[in-house]
Design a protein around this ligand. Sequence first.
Ligand code: NAD
Length: 256
Amino acid sequence: SLQGKTAIITGSNSGIGLGIAHEMARAGASVVINSFTDSDEDHALAKSIAEEHGVEARYIKADMSKPDECRALVETAGRCDILINNAGIQHVAPIDQFPTEKWDAIIAINLSSAFHTTAAALPKMRAAGWGRIVNIASAHGLTASPYKSAYIAAKHGIVGLTKTAALETAQEPITANAICPGYVLTPLVEAQIPDTMKEYDMDRETVIKEVMLKRQPSKEFATVEQLGGTAVFLCSDAAAQITGTTISVDGGWTAL
Ligand code: NAD
């Protein structure tokens, strides 16, 4: 059980982050959910997690594209036993047409935010004598596809950051690992469908079957519940010697 632990999940008002928040809460952790929006819906989500699982759940606003806000999220949360770096965005375009501001935003949100939150969280984990860092990378942290240069660079980068954090904490009761999901049908993936349809000149169903799940041999999307369960496993005693590695939840994609 994760009772007595506080889990901060960045970018968790939707998709995988929200799924992980639910599984952390189901395992007994207090949870902090986050986004940059600070809407009534965000606060209502925290309330519903608290009610559903009988744990403390709070929403804290922080824009993960801003270094100071990344660090402030961890400070405001108070405890940070479990840090899940999940916030992420995508943009699909060939390199020679890739907008500079999209490149910068993706590197900031998908990669640099994890550096800043980790830097703020490590002293708290050391003081508590226990810590778990789980970075949500991607199959695109291990392999590439065309038109996703910034995302793939950021995801390969976060795998490297994970390994470094693991080595710096290797002799402490702290671990750092990355989960590499294949395709999960979340709002982020839903939003890529129109661009990918244009890029490949295909209809929606063909894009899902022939492009997205082409490299996912199971021919099924992974689910947010499965990713939450994997994150909970990485926080369990059984995973205490698992550090500095990646766990693929990709239906066989990276076995190809
Ligand atoms: P999503 O769009 O549903 O969720 C993204 C989350 O990030 C949202 O909660 C959003 O509020 C938050 N976010 C975006 N910009 C932010 C900012 N500036 N500050 C704070 N929060 C911000 O997408 P998702 O599919 O759930 O993606 C979550 C993570 O999983 C991402 O890192 C993504 O790269 C990764 N991932 C997703 C898939 C997939 O198939 N869906 C596959 C591999 C990896």
